[in-house]
Design a protein around this ligand. Structure first.
Ligand SMILES: [Zn+2]
Length: 220
């Protein structure tokens, strides 16, 4: 299938040196743990490799969470997680597989995703077919185009915030919306009475507001 994001997964390549470092790490119980005493010799290289992975996936996801689309720009380690789609604790071999990695916010990863695998169609066969979208019940961060399934609109002016999701009828869209409890992230503090407004109505109002604001500034 076609890769929905840029840069393409296929464009990512490890150098020979990086590959050796990864092979060394994979020979250990916890290949991701650059603080492990047995990986001390390759600690710095592993850190650089992880940075490269994060930069690549932030570019692919436009610096947003791969599940909820929260903006991660400038978020740093307290906000951003390098996300293993099939958890590294259960699928060690895929720890450094670029298509099994993405970037997510801490909320989606630590509060909802954790080490669960109940988003997988068949846990027994998924490792061999990990690069197939149909093996996953939710929108896969690399093999599905989330924006085609769920649209997120968010606008903020100081303490006033609108966050709203438009969920398509696709089973993966509803599954993702519920799995990560995206409803909880929805807010409309521009409107006193919440709910009931369509995404189009909110969008129209916000666009109007922004253009008035812009006119105001140009007039000054
Ligand atoms: Zn998120």
């Amino acid at each position: 299938m076609t890769d929905p994001y840029l840069p393409l997964l296929d464009s990512f390549d490890w150098s020979e040196e990086e590959r050796e470092v990864i092979d060394t790490a994979l020979a250990h119980d916890d290949p991701w743990d650059d603080g492990a005493p047995e990986l001390r010799g390759i600690k710095e290289q592993l850190k650089l490799i992880k940075k490269r992975i994060q930069r690549f996936h932030l570019d692919r996801q436009g610096s947003t969470c791969c599940y909820c689309r929260t903006n991660l720009q400038g978020g740093g380690p307290f906000m951003i997680d390098r996300e293993h789609i099939l958890p590294k604790s259960k699928f060690r071999k895929l720890t450094y597989t670029i298509s099994n990695l993405s970037v997510s916010c801490k909320r989606c990863n630590l509060q909802f995703k954790k080490n669960r695998i109940d988003f997988v169609v068949d846990p027994k066969t998924v490792e061999a077919k990990h690069d197939k979208s149909d093996q996953y019940l939710f929108a896969h961060p690399n093999f599905d185009h989330l924006d085609d399934l769920i649209e997120r609109l968010s606008v903020q002016a100081n303490r006033k915030v609108v966050v709203t999701y438009k969920v398509s009828n696709h089973p993966k869209a509803t599954f993702t919306y519920e799995y990560f409890n995206l409803k909880e992230l929805e807010v409309d503090s521009f409107q006193e009475t919440q709910g009931g407004r369509s995404l189009d109505e909110v969008e129209q109002e916000v666009r109007m507001m922004l253009s008035l604001e812009l006119q105001d500034r140009q007039a000054k």
